[in-house]
Design a protein. Sequence first.
Length: 107
Amino acid sequence: MSWWVSIEIDTGGEYPATVHECGNLTYNVAGILHDALGAEFRTLHGQPCSSSTSTLQRAIDAMRGDPARFEAMNPPNGWGSAPATLEFLEGMLSACQSHPKAQIRIN
């Protein structure tokens, strides 16, 4: 199982327009995300990018500041890792910075 993450903007049509596909992230890294974000990953769903950049940056800083702590949480089955999670969050941050009026969608 995994989350599919995209950055979308409401254009007034039937469905929001996707402006960036972040991709999918395995549920196996939920513990890593929770510790880095200080909350459940899904709390970002529906949040405006403009107000999520600081949260994402804090999580990235935490992971960069103590990589051994997060790598110790790597899933034993090998599906997902702290370095891959960090890279994913960096991509989300970049997309949010590029599209501050968009929203994060996590399915």
